[in-house]
Design a protein around this ligand. Structure first.
Ligand code: SME
Length: 157
């Protein structure tokens, strides 16, 4: 299966459509997370990591991703991922070095978006997208990533 890459300035509706196509008729949460990680990693310019952490026994545990090997466990409230999880709000960080407690899994990361995965008020995990460029993510891109996270939540059991 092949999906065209899109430029940083492109309309992200293509990514949304591709995610809908990948999830169609498939409810497996891990399979859909793996495909969404790949789709985002290859579909958005200037990323060095895209993937999932799932809430297990009160901490975030690494799930499917694309990029370098990453920290396996992140406590709630720690770093950008732990903050998104603890507050259930998306974190869009222009400069991760300015974020107190940022966890540098990959020293190349400079900016980051983390979307909490919340179903019926219950935290399931986070979708984490990292870039080696400062201020990589616009509000429109944050919203596109939130929409992709919601598609995963809606499709997966
Ligand atoms: N930078 C993240 C940790 C996860 S990795 O970047 C994949 C953070 O501070 O939450």
């Amino acid at each position: 299966m092949s999906f065209a890459s899109v430029e940083a300035t492109s309309d992200y509706s293509l990514l949304i459509q591709q995610a809908q196509a990948l999830f169609h008729g498939e409810q497996d949460a891990i399979a859909n997370a793996a495909n969404l990680s790949s789709l985002i990693y290859h579909g958005m310019a200037d990323l060095n990591w895209a993937g999932f952490y799932f809430l297990k026994d009160g901490e975030l545990v690494l799930g499917p991703f694309h990029g370098q090997p990453a920290c396996v466990r992140i406590p709630l409230g720690k770093g950008v991922c732990g903050t998104a999880a603890a507050t259930k709000t998306t974190q869009r960080i222009d400069d991760v070095d300015q974020f107190p407690g940022h966890i540098a899994c990959d020293a190349a990361s400079r900016s980051e978006v983390v979307v909490p995965l919340v179903r019926d008020g219950e935290l399931l995990g986070v979708l984490d997208i990292d870039s080696p460029k400062l201020q990589r993510f616009t509000v429109a891109e944050q919203e596109a990533l939130e929409q992709l996270a919601h598609l995963w939540l809606a499709a997966s059991q």
